[in-house]
Design a protein around this ligand. Structure first.
Ligand SMILES: C[S@@+](CC[C@H](N)C(=O)[O-])C[C@H]1O[C@@H](n2cnc3c(N)ncnc32)[C@H](O)[C@@H]1O
Length: 201
């Protein structure tokens, strides 16, 4: 036991490289994963619901797009594949997650369009056409709110954020809190106990 969480900055858990396979929108992905990152052995079911139910970007989407809390990069890879003209920023506090995401972006042929960064590594003048996140609920409610208050204001005026949160982990109270903060929030979909929230200005 090392005491690592999936949001540890520099995991000491053995990397034990592995691969995760999944399909989204008719495309198959085989991505690199490792110990010490979130859902290291399979596509997280919440992320799967998000990628199945939200409106993926298209060839017409120019971005930039943000994958907030990228983990090993499944959302980044799906966004980069679906929107071949877009730049995708992938942000995570976990260094191993960032390394995996960079490697996986290269696997899907998007190394030149993926910008993998720690939170402070995103230039202040970048605003996002879309923000995608399966956010880190386990960091705690105040920290989660702080995270969203930091990044949602970086949506472009007509931008859209797509969030997935398990109902039993507070999906509905997060929905209410976002509304209280002045965001337009629609429960776009609900499946397998997960809420997919569509957030706009
Ligand atoms: C629920 S996981 C989702 C990972 C990945 N997107 C997926 O779907 O498998 C949330 C991620 O947020 C990251 N995280 C935690 N705190 C963060 C912060 N303050 N800023 C950015 N990312 C953070 C965690 O390290 C973790 O990788």
């Amino acid at each position: 036991m090392t005491g690592d969480h999936y949001f540890t900055a520099e995991p000491t858990t053995a990397a034990q490289p592995r691969e995760v396979e999944f399909s989204v929108a008719g495309r198959d992905y085989t991505l690199a994963s490792a110990g010490g990152v979130f859902s290291a052995d399979r596509l997280d079911p919440g992320t799967a619901v998000l990628l199945r139910k939200a409106e993926l970007p298209t060839a017409a989407t120019t971005g930039p797009l943000l994958d907030l809390g990228c983990g090993f990069g499944p959302i980044t890879c799906v966004l980069a594949t679906s929107a071949p003209a877009a730049t995708v920023w992938a942000v995570d506090v976990n260094q191993r997650a960032r390394e995996l995401t960079a490697a996986n972006a290269a696997r899907v042929g998007a190394a030149d369009r993926a910008r993998v960064a720690a939170p402070d590594g995103v230039p202040a003048d970048v605003s996002f056409a879309q923000i995608w996140s399966n956010p880190p609920i386990h960091i705690g409610k105040p920290e989660l709110h702080e995270l969203l208050l930091r990044w949602l204001p970086r949506l472009a005026p007509d931008g859209v954020a797509w969030l997935v949160v398990a109902r039993h982990l507070g999906g509905d109270s997060l929905h209410r809190w976002l509304v209280e903060q002045g965001w337009q929030v629609e429960r776009h979909a609900s499946q397998k106990g997960y809420r997919v929230l569509r957030v706009t200005r």
